[in-house]
Design a protein around this ligand. Structure first.
Ligand code: FES
Length: 161
């Protein structure tokens, strides 16, 4: 991740590209999101000064669109399905257990940056409900007591099976 002047240089480049174009704020934010996977607060502060746009306006845009993230993505992305089949088969309990073990709310990343917890609507394998997905791999018919084992595979080794 870049710091201080590097941020500034990058923003200057983006400004030169988008400066006179309509909708430039959102286009610049898109480029930042694409590049970093989130929009760092430091960049928002600098963008506010460079574009002469209030920081509150930038955060209004960032929080309006789900696409923009305010935190760095976790190394491992955990998606908990809350679609109807999963919900009826225990997904809320699975989510509670994950929150409790990871110490993080949905939509956020753990302090150590290892896990990002998300809730999704139907992963397309309802017959296997409840399901969670970690880094693209589906774990089916998950039970509350399975969670700690699943998670520990990612904390113990670099390459979970
Ligand atoms: S509802 Fe969970 S996979 Fe469809």
């Amino acid at each position: 991740m870049k710091e201080g002047n590097d941020y500034h240089q990058e923003l200057s480049g983006l400004l030169a590209k988008w400066k006179d174009k309509p909708g430039n704020l959102i286009m610049i934010l898109h480029e930042i999101q694409n590049h970093y996977g989130f929009v760092p607060r430091q960049l928002s502060l600098q963008l506010s000064a460079l574009l002469d746009v209030p920081l509150a306006r930038i955060y209004e845009v960032l929080t309006f669109y789900n696409y923009f993230k305010l935190e760095a993505p976790g190394k491992h992305k955990i998606s908990v399905c809350m679609g109807t089949a999963c919900y009826l088969n225990g997904a809320p309990e699975i989510l509670r257990e994950l929150k409790s073990i990871l110490g993080v709310e949905e939509g956020h990343t753990t302090k150590n940056g290892l896990f990002q917890l998300e809730v999704v609507r139907c992963l397309g394998c309802c017959g296997l409900a409840p399901v969670i997905m970690i880094d693209g791999k589906v774990y089916d018919k998950v039970k509350k007591n399975d969670i700690i084992d699943i998670i520990s595979k990612f904390t113990r080794s670099k390459e979970p099976e």
